[in-house]
Write a protein that binds this ligand. Sequence first.
Ligand SMILES: [Zn+2]
Length: 233
Amino acid sequence: MGVVTARGKEAKEAMKKKKQNIDFKKVFVRLKDGDSVRVRILSAYDYVRYMSHGSYVHGIWTQPCLKPAGKNCAICEANDAKVEEFDGLYAKERYLFAFADIDEGMIRVFDATKGQAEQLVDTIEQYAEDLQDVAFTFKRTGNKTDTTYTLNPILRLKADDKEKFEKFNEEVVEDEFFETVLQPRTYEQQIEELKKAGFPVEEYFDVQVSDDSEDNSDDVEPISEEENPDKVF
Ligand SMILES: [Zn+2]
């Protein structure tokens, strides 16, 4: 027997299984003012950029734009339709960071605006040489447009905390992990969400959306904090 444990179809099944193991109830770091979590940054490059749609006022949660995947994106189309009161649906740049939550013992993600991401990347790069040894306190301060997120190095870990930290020595964040936690909707699901938000889908989409369509919203976990950003762009 060699070192390969699965090939082809079997390997693909194993990957799928891994995906299903993500605990969507816990994977997203959502903090209130003053809250913090202790994290280990696994590498200096564990973040991705994606284009995001989301509109708090319409109840459309942050979700990835489908265009970069080479697909039609119903929310882009809805935005292009320039319907009154639906002017905030355009795709915005967002960043998803992955790190190990040493107290939860799992890889978690944080969804950041571009501005927040720049600050976090600054800190990560500053400590790039020390990521194997240094844990951080990831903390939220402030509310709404004054919200900032900081990573502060923890100078010394207690022995049992050090153990929690070292549990992640071999851990790597795969591209697929980001793809999965972003929970891309299908085109049809997007149209359903638009309909729920009050968008006149019948006028703009050539798709039949039944009124009693199954409510899938329970299957989706919000990526970000989904609080009213007070419309600042
Ligand atoms: Zn889009």
